[in-house]
Design a protein around this ligand. Structure first.
Ligand code: 5GP
Ligand code: MG
Ligand code: MG
Length: 184
């Protein structure tokens, strides 16, 4: 059972849903829907951002369109190099659109920095970032992140979309794993 693998709960299900309501309010205030502008486009980064993206989309009181990208970063399993390859691109053109990148977590920020450059080159009207989690190293690189759910310590976390070897994404909260999990 997952319970035996989880060492600590860092962010509870309730804290996540309260935070999403808060973020949704801020985002909606910044992107009022006045009937003249095209809908905000949420760009979710697969697979980690899926849970956050779907909950955020439902909490937002303004209409949004959902797009997904899948990218892979060259480098080791635990640290990213900043060299990114697109595995799945957007289905639509974002030129002239208000775009919000939805991320699960920002660690080194290298992946996001690449993604921002890539999407900016497609001439969106605006481009911003919303991340559920942010680690301390993320402040070292200069990536503008407008919406942040939780600043967390420099620990490897799983749950609510985040995996370890493709497991634990379906945990409804964010937690750390027992060291035993990594060694088995
Ligand atoms: P960055 O380029 O910011 O270093 O890497 C971000 C990506 O690394 C995230 O989208 C996520 O896939 C992965 N990552 C970074 N920290 C963690 C973590 O604590 N847990 C998990 N499961 N993935 C992480
Ligand atoms: Mg991610
Ligand atoms: Mg992963």
């Amino acid at each position: 059972m997952y319970q035996d693998d989880v060492a600590s709960v860092l962010v509870t299900e309730q804290q996540i849903s309260d935070k999403i309501a808060e973020l949704a309010k801020q985002i909606a205030a910044d992107h009022p829907s006045d009937g003249t502008k095209a809908d905000l486009v949420l760009v979710g980064v697969l697979k980690g951002a899926v849970m956050f993206m779907t909950d955020l989309a439902r909490a937002l009181p303004v209409p949004v369109q959902l797009e997904f990208m899948a990218v892979t970063s060259y480098g080791s399993a635990t640290s990213s190099s900043g060299v990114v390859r697109i595995l799945k691109d957007l289905d639509r053109d974002i030129a002239g659109r208000d775009v919000l990148i939805v991320e699960d977590i920002i660690d080194s920020g290298l992946t996001l920095s690449w993604l921002l450059k890539n999407l900016a080159s497609r001439q969106p009207a605006s481009l911003e970032v919303c991340t559920l989690l942010r680690k301390p190293d993320a402040v070292k690189v200069d990536v503008p992140v407008r919406y942040v759910g939780f600043d967390i310590p420099n620990e490897f976390v799983v749950g609510y979309g985040l995996d370890y070897a493709e497991r634990y994404r379906d945990l409804p909260y964010i937690g750390t794993l027992d060291p035993r999990v990594y060694s088995s």
